[in-house]
Design a protein around this ligand. Structure first.
Ligand SMILES: NC(=O)c1ccc[n+]([C@@H]2O[C@H](COP(=O)([O-])OP(=O)(O)OC[C@H]3O[C@@H](n4cnc5c(N)ncnc54)[C@H](OP(=O)(O)O)[C@@H]3O)[C@@H](O)[C@H]2O)c1
Length: 301
């Protein structure tokens, strides 16, 4: 079965305006390269901002380490929007979550200098002002930089985005290769995966349609699924050993930077965050792909 979109994006018998110029930071990452490719196929011009040594296969590429180089401004001046996809989901002594806030600040400053009026940002499902999770705190602060900037914005709070080579599938594949799949705790905690092609379409709409302006929107798929069920479907009947470990052990391993999960991964898993898919579907007026269809069609495992 093919889940590919056509080469143009038309809704309500209207095709989106082509020849728009979109800047993408973090364009070589999972979300960036998929959204960038989608925009490119649909007639948008793209300028990808990537770190030295990184490449993408669509549009124009400019090297930037911090989004604050003065030479950037003239190269992207007057672009229609910045998609800010730089982000870190795990921190170390050498690179912590200050990147999430600092580069959001730099992205906002860059938009202002280059006269870019719109910024689109992917935050995390579960982020709010009461959060105590390090990753979510950095995402909340990044959101605030964007909201208070005076720029037009759309902030998406995403659950796990799935597609070929997404971070979750990569993690599960690595466990498969090691011959054992680890499930922390009961595995009954839930999430709401969303297909990357649907994410690309929604982000394209947010670029074009006023109803996405100045909004924070949950970027969540149509099904709520437990981690247990997701892993089972991911395995496609593969007879690998599935090992349940208690959270005490999972946190111990995470604290020692061993095992497949980071500290904040575990926090997000137990958080069982569920979002408002109805609101997203009503804004986007499109049919969203079921996670099990993606698992079957894409053969993520
Ligand atoms: N994928 C999901 O399921 C999901 C869910 C919720 C939210 N999000 C958010 O969506 C955004 C994109 O996610 P993704 O899955 O595409 O992540 P990804 O594949 O890990 O890509 C992250 C991007 O950020 C760049 N980056 C990381 N640290 C950087 C730094 N210190 N300086 C400059 N660039 C840096 C990476 O560049 P290098 O290659 O040079 O390191 C890469 O281009 C992130 O903000 C993430 O938090 C993703």
């Amino acid at each position: 079965m093919s889940l590919d979109m056509g080469s143009s994006l038309c809704r309500h018998n209207v095709c989106f305006c082509m020849n728009r110029l979109v800047v993408i930071s973090g364009a070589n990452g999972f979300v960036g390269r998929n959204v960038g490719m989608f925009l490119s196929k649909n007639g948008f011009q793209t300028i990808s901002l990537v770190r030295k040594g990184k490449t993408v296969t669509f549009g124009k590429t400019i090297t930037s380490e911090t989004l604050s180089e003065n030479s950037l401004v003239s190269k992207i001046r007057g672009s229609d929007a910045l998609l800010h996809f730089i982000g870190k989901g795990m921190q170390t002594v050498n690179s912590d979550y200050t990147v999430n806030v600092g580069l959001a600040k730099n992205a906002v400053a860059l938009c202002k200098k280059a006269k870019i009026k719109k910024i689109i940002y992917i935050s995390g499902l579960g982020v709010d002002k009461h959060t105590t999770l390090g990753y979510f705190i950095s995402k909340y602060k990044a959101e605030q930089e964007i909201i208070l900037s005076g720029l037009d914005y759309t902030i998406f709070r995403a659950s796990y985005v799935i597609g070929r080579d997404d971070p979750l599938s990569k993690n599960l594949k690595q466990q498969l290769e090691k011959g054992q799949m680890i499930i922390p705790g009961s595995g009954n905690y839930v999430f709401q995966p969303i297909f990357i092609d649907d994410v690309s379409r929604v982000i394209t709409m947010a670029l074009e349609e006023k109803k996405f302006s100045r909004k924070i929107i949950d970027l969540v798929g149509p099904q709520v699924v437990s981690y247990n069920t997701f892993v089972k479907k991911f395995l496609h009947g593969n007879k690998i050993r599935v090992k349940k470990i208690d959270f005490e052990r999972a946190y111990h391993d995470a604290l020692h930077n061993r095992g497949p999960f980071g500290i904040d991964d575990l926090g997000i898993m137990i958080g069982s965050y569920v979002g408002n898919h109805k609101k997203l579907a009503s804004l986007a007026q499109m049919k969203f792909t079921r996670y099990d269809t993606v698992l079957k069609a894409r053969g993520l495992s």
